[in-house]
Write a protein that binds this ligand. Structure first.
Ligand SMILES: [Zn+2]
Length: 562
């Protein structure tokens, strides 16, 4: 009997041990039954991904993936949907995206009612008594052809202060709450150069403030630069990015005080998106980075700070891009924004100290000068004297490059970081600025890839929309979204879908030294992936920019689900 008791206890212990070991063996999550483009070296297509501790531990068939399951494993049926490695935007402005999303866009309101409906929708989405700040109304476009008033706005909310700016910036309408907070009464005088519109009978402010009177309200509204607003913009930007299927952003030009706020948000778990911060070249921002050194892999590789954003020239639209030969329409050859004797020391010190430089260069003269400065630094600081032998300096935009400069990118290891949507916007008018000859080497993705370059893709949001599907479409189709193009758009410079997918996944990862960490769906990589409604490798080209995102996964966690 005693023996049997012992056996019984032993069996119980054994069962408990097996249960425990199964618990330990079971993976955190299994995503199965998908059409998974892994973007590995052989461009393998798989069915299932197994995740443990934010990392991919298996990629393959659903049947084999299920062997990693236990009762605690989260199992997600992908329902045959297309999965790609977590999309990355290699050039954007994180807080700018948030700011655009945070403020209400009133562009194109067609009537007073439409204007008020948009404000009502915005109010319904706010959880506390936040300010409602918006921009873009034009009463001339409305059948009423008269200014909105605080009376109209008060019907929507008397607790949210409102500040809504006319499209031209010369007038605002505020509600009673904002007027009250500003301490404006019947007796408040008009400031010099400004006017408070008043009711002719009662003398009460109507809510319309013109020119210099605008500041009476604006000065009490939250400033864009307070830590509180930075936090709000960051959360909005993260939300929008996850909706677009983005798992990492390369933030081009951020100042240290804001980085410190973002660090707090990662610390508290509010931020989950992966960010690669390129520090602004303004003031002593670069010196602080040189002093601190690169900060890599913070918060489980959510935040990396290892680069500086610099400017060589301006933009093509405003004729600021620096060209080797004058503009074809107006003459002039553009602007060099940073003097060589200011920019070169930065590039040199960065090359020495293991800091990556991302230089904005758009025109062929801007690109040549940037390549020259990089080349000089790489020669003066040989690889054995660098903290990072392969600094992978980048040129942002690289829109117009002289034919003789194309091979220099690959030869010097300089990465051209490009935004396909700029092309399908600019190509409408670029031929007038540049002439037919230069169009042959404008937005020359094909030429750069053929020369051996790795080409990270971005959107430059909020300058462009920031939807990676629009970028994918622009890169592979090279028509605008109505299907328009001309012979000057040189459609032969477009990329294959396979190449475009790499631009927003594995090539993006390479451009931030992460080719061994993420960027494709492989065992050992971070579990970032994007589930799409349609197969972007096979769907008709005109559907590409409308492909929706079903699910966004960062480190194995579903951070967005449609
Ligand atoms: Zn930019």
């Amino acid at each position: 009997m005693r023996f049997l008791q012992k056996v019984g206890v032993f069996i119980l212990l054994l069962a408990w041990a097996i249960a425990c070991s199964q618990e330990e063996n079971g993976a955190d999550a299994i995503f199965y039954n998908g059409q998974i483009y892994t973007v590995d070296a052989n461009f393998t297509v798989a069915e299932a991904i197994v995740v443990e501790d934010e990392t991919i531990i298996f990629v393959g068939a659903t049947y084999d993936a299920m062997k990693f399951a236990d009762s605690n494993t989260k199992q997600v049926d992908l329902q045959g949907k297309t999965v790609v490695p977590g999309l990355t935007d290699s050039h954007c402005h994180f807080l700018g995206i948030g700011k655009r999303a945070y403020y209400l866009n009133l562009d194109g309101s067609i009537s007073l009612q439409d204007f008020l409906d948009r404000i009502r929708t915005e109010v319904e989405q706010k959880t506390d008594d936040d300010w409602i700040i918006g921009r873009g109304w034009i009463e001339e476009d409305w059948p009423e052809k008269k200014f909105p008033s605080s009376y109209d706005l008060d019907k929507i909310s008397q607790t949210h202060p409102m500040l809504l700016t006319r499209a031209d910036g010369h007038a605002i309408v505020a509600n009673s709450k904002a007027i009250q907070l500003a301490g404006i009464t019947h007796t408040t005088p008009d400031p010099a150069g400004g006017r408070i519109e008043r009711d002719v009978k009662t003398g009460k402010a109507t809510g319309i403030f013109i020119d210099n009177a605008i500041d009476l309200i604006r000065s009490i509204a939250p400033s864009d630069t307070t830590p509180d607003m930075v936090r709000k913009f960051a959360l909005e930007a993260q939300k929008v990015s996850f909706q677009y299927g983005l798992t990492q952003l390369h933030d081009m030009g951020i100042e240290w005080p804001r980085v410190e706020i973002l660090k707090e948000m990662y610390e508290s778990g509010e931020l989950k998106i992966r960010l690669q911060c390129y520090i602004s070249d303004i003031g002593d921002n670069p010196d602080t980075l040189f002093k601190n050194g690169a900060e890599v892999g913070l918060y489980k590789n959510r935040l990396n700070i290892r680069g500086i954003k610099c400017y060589m020239d301006g933009a093509l639209g405003s004729r600021g891009a620096a060209l080797l030969k004058p503009y074809s329409d107006t003459g002039g050859s553009g602007l060099i924004l940073t003097k060589e004797n200011e920019l070169y020391p930065l590039i040199r010190e960065a090359t020495e100290k293991g800091i990556q430089v991302a230089t904005h260069a758009i025109g062929d003269r801007g690109n040549r000068l940037a390549l020259d400065l990089y080349e000089k630094a790489l020669q003066e600081i040989p690889a054995d004297l660098r903290v990072n032998a392969d600094p992978r300096h980048r040129i942002e935009h690289a829109q117009i490059v002289a034919p003789e400069d194309i091979p220099r990118f690959q030869a010097l290891g300089i990465i051209p970081s490009m935004q396909p949507s700029h092309a399908i916007g600019d190509l409408h008018w670029a031929v007038r600025r540049l002439g037919k000859d230069r169009m042959l080497r404008g937005y020359a993705w094909r030429t750069l890839v053929d020369s051996g370059c790795i080409l990270p893709g971005g959107s430059d949001a909020p300058v462009e929309e920031g939807n990676p599907m629009i970028e994918f479409y622009a890169a592979t189709v090279r028509k605008d979204t109505t299907g328009f193009s001309t012979e000057d758009w040189h459609r032969d410079l477009r990329l294959s879908r396979k190449e475009a997918l790499q631009m927003f996944t594995s090539w993006a990862a390479y451009s931030v030294f992460e080719e061994n960490v993420r960027g494709n769906i492989e065992k050992g990589k971070l579990a970032d992936f994007t589930v799409l409604e349609k197969d972007l490798m096979t769907c008709p080209e005109e559907e590409l920019f409308k492909v929706g995102v079903e699910m966004t996964v960062v480190g194995g966690e579903i951070v967005y689900h449609k």
